[in-house]
Every structure is written in C-alpha cells, then in structure tokens.
Design a protein around this ligand. Structure first.
Ligand SMILES: NC(=O)c1ccc[n+]([C@@H]2O[C@H](COP(=O)([O-])OP(=O)(O)OC[C@H]3O[C@@H](n4cnc5c(N)ncnc54)[C@H](OP(=O)(O)O)[C@@H]3O)[C@@H](O)[C@H]2O)c1
Length: 330
C-alpha cells in the first residue's frame, strides 16, 4: 500500500510517499480502507521534534517505518477476532491512539474499534475526517470544561482555525453569544460561522473592549510568554472575563501562580484542556457525529490534497494560519 513515511526528523520535505506492507490487525482492531485524513499542528510538531516522536513510538516500538497521523475516516474491510462493533463495509471516523502510534497517513490502517464511531451517511468522508481531533478539542474546552450554556458570552481566540471554527459553531449550537478573534482577512469567514462579533487580533486588543465574558477559549501562545506574568496572552484573556468566569487554555499550561492569582483576583477558573481519549471519548465523538449529521457543525475544508502532497499540507499547517481544516485523500 502507499503511505507517507517520515524519513527523519525535520522539515516537511522529509515526508515521503512510499510502498509499505498493509498492516496486520490485532484482535480488537479493524482494518480500515482510509478515505480521508486530516492533519493538525501537532503533526508538524511531531515531525520536527525527536522527543515527541520518541514518546509516540515507544508506546508500541514495533514500527518499521515512521508513519504519522491520527485523524481518519474510512471503510471497514476486515475485523479482528474480538472486534464486534463494526461489520465489513461500515463507514466510520475517529481520532485514535493519540498521542501514541496510529499510522494514519496511509491507504490502510489498523484501528482499535473502540475509538471509532459510525460516520453519518449524509456526511462525506472528508467532512468527518476533519471533525476529529480539532472538533474534540473544541468540545473538551467548551462543553466538558467550560460547560457553555445559552446566553453565555464566549470569546474564541483562533476562531478561523481548525479547532476555533468548530468552537464557534459548537458555542452557537449551545445558544452562546460568540465573539470570534482572528486576523482581519478571516472576518467574513468567522462571521459566516454565525459568530456575533469579530475582533482582529492584529489591530485590536480584545481586553480593551470586553471585561464581562463568561468563557474564554484561548488558543494562542505568543513567543516569550511565561504564564504568571502580566503581559502574556493568558493574562490578557483573564482581563476579558467577568468575576467567576472560565478560562480554557488549549495551548499554554498556566502555572500555579497564575491559577492562584486568577482565583484570588476574579474567582476565575483556569485550566489547560487536552484532547485525550478517556472514558467519555466515545460519547464526545458521537455528539460531534450527531451535530455533523444535522448540519449544525460543518467542516470547512480550505485545502483538499492527494496523500502524496503531505509535505505541502505540512507547509501550510505549520504556519499556524490555517483556515478550517486541511484534508488529504489516498
Ligand atoms: N490541547 C489540545 O489537546 C489541543 C488539540 C488541538 C490543537 N491544539 C493547539 O491549539 C492551537 C490551535 O490549533 P488549530 O488546529 O486550530 O490551529 P490552526 O488551524 O493553525 O489555527 C490557528 C488559529 O489561530 C489564529 N491566531 C494566530 N495567532 C493569533 C492571535 N495572536 N490571536 C488570535 N488568534 C490567533 C489564526 O488566525 P489567523 O489565521 O486569522 O491569523 C488561526 O485561526 C494549536 O497551537 C494547536 O497545537 C491543542
């Protein structure tokens, strides 16, 4: 089968199309014919960072080639002895084995059935593949951690990106008043997602306009930021919150000093939120699947590439300025 292998840690040019064996499945796995793959900034991070790769690949340690990728949609073509959830021909999607070895940049992949859900028939493979890690992160941030509800004033930083564009749609689904923040070029896109207001972070400091938000979803790390100091992005986000608000950080790990200060000054709860498969993972992706099928959330696909163009896709994802999702098809 064709797969994209990582020749060695480094730039996107190290991602190479190669012929490798079709994987054999374990008892709890299914063999998937991959129809669409999505990528995230962490893919580029793993590609260029030896420590991250070591962490991913020591989970199994039986790899012959380094193949990245965690987000797929595809068709079940073989089931393991103990895999009872799906039958041959089922169409499903999911983010699996994160942050271990998933090997999804390929024509076929072995996936643990417990981490996948059926794809709604009215949703394309490309749409479903996008709504995996990024949508699960938005869900973890706004629904599980912040418990967004009708009437909440919610600020979404990075509103035009992979996570952010789902976050805007999810917050609107729950009836929130949504303020999207991205660069001015993406204003129409973010308002088109039904955000109620837009701020251009390049020309406007949101904290100069808003100090009564219920929830901030912060997806920004600015080089040099140390979380306990006053001029970091997280500290600026804190200023936009009302007393008792929620600050969900999906990038920066707030230190204890910052967490204590936010509590003491404004009774704000701050947490770094991660997408990690846990006992509720299946429920979360089923909820996302439901919202996809009713059209309440849509995946905006800014780039649709053949698998062979993975290096090109990585060039884009590492700019940190992706609009919506980048999807690849084998
Ligand atoms: N915690 C987790 O489990 C988890 C999971 C997934 C992703 N993440 C992290 O979350 C971040 C966002 O992921 P993503 O997939 O959405 O990335 P992405 O698709 O590259 O989107 C980045 C977004 O950030 C915006 N942005 C850049 N600088 C900004 C600033 N100073 N203020 C406000 N917005 C700014 C960009 O807007 P413009 O293009 O308009 O400039 C773009 O909308 C990444 O750092 C990623 O690694 C964390």
């Amino acid at each position: 089968m064709k797969a994209i292998i990582l020749k060695e840690v480094g730039g996107p040019e190290n991602l190479i199309l190669a012929e490798v064996p079709v994987p054999t499945i374990k008892d709890n796995e299914v063999l998937v014919q991959v129809k669409a793959i999505s990528i995230n900034p962490v893919d580029a991070f793993a590609r260029r960072n030896q420590a991250a790769l070591d962490m991913i690949y020591t989970r199994k340690g039986d790899e012959e080639n380094i193949i990245l990728g965690w987000d797929v949609a595809g068709v079940v073509i073989e089931t393991g002895k103990r895999a009872k959830k799906f039958k041959l021909g089922d169409e499903f999607f999911g983010n699996f084995n994160f942050i271990g070895q998933a090997n999804a940049y390929a024509e076929f992949v072995a996936a643990p059935e417990e981490e996948m859900v059926i794809k709604p028939a009215n949703v394309s493979f490309e749409q479903a593949a996008g709504a995996t890690m990024a949508a699960l992160t938005a869900w973890a941030s706004l629904v599980k951690f912040a418990k967004v509800k009708k009437g909440d004033k919610v600020i979404i930083y990075g509103a035009s990106g992979g996570v952010g564009h789902y976050a805007v749609q999810i917050a609107k689904h729950f009836g929130a008043y949504v303020i999207g923040v991205a660069s001015g070029d993406n204003k129409d896109f973010v308002l088109g997602l039904r955000a109620d207001e837009f701020f251009d972070y390049k020309t406007q400091a949101v904290e100069e306009f808003i100090n009564d938000a219920d929830i901030v979803h912060d997806a920004v790390w600015v080089e040099g930021d140390v979380s306990s100091t006053e001029d970091t992005h997280l500290a600026r986000s804190l200023k936009t919150l009302k007393h008792g608000g929620i600050l969900s950080s999906i990038v920066v790990y707030p230190d204890q000093q910052f967490i204590d200060k936010a509590k003491a000054k404004k009774n704000v709860t701050v947490q770094r939120v991660n997408v990690t498969p846990n006992e509720n993972y299946l429920k979360d992706i089923e909820n996302i699947s439901q919202l996809l099928s009713t059209g309440e959330i849509k995946t905006h696909i800014s780039h649709l590439f053949p698998l062979a163009d993975m290096a090109k896709a990585h060039e884009i994802i590492q700019t940190k300025n992706t609009v919506g999702k980048i999807i690849l098809v084998p």
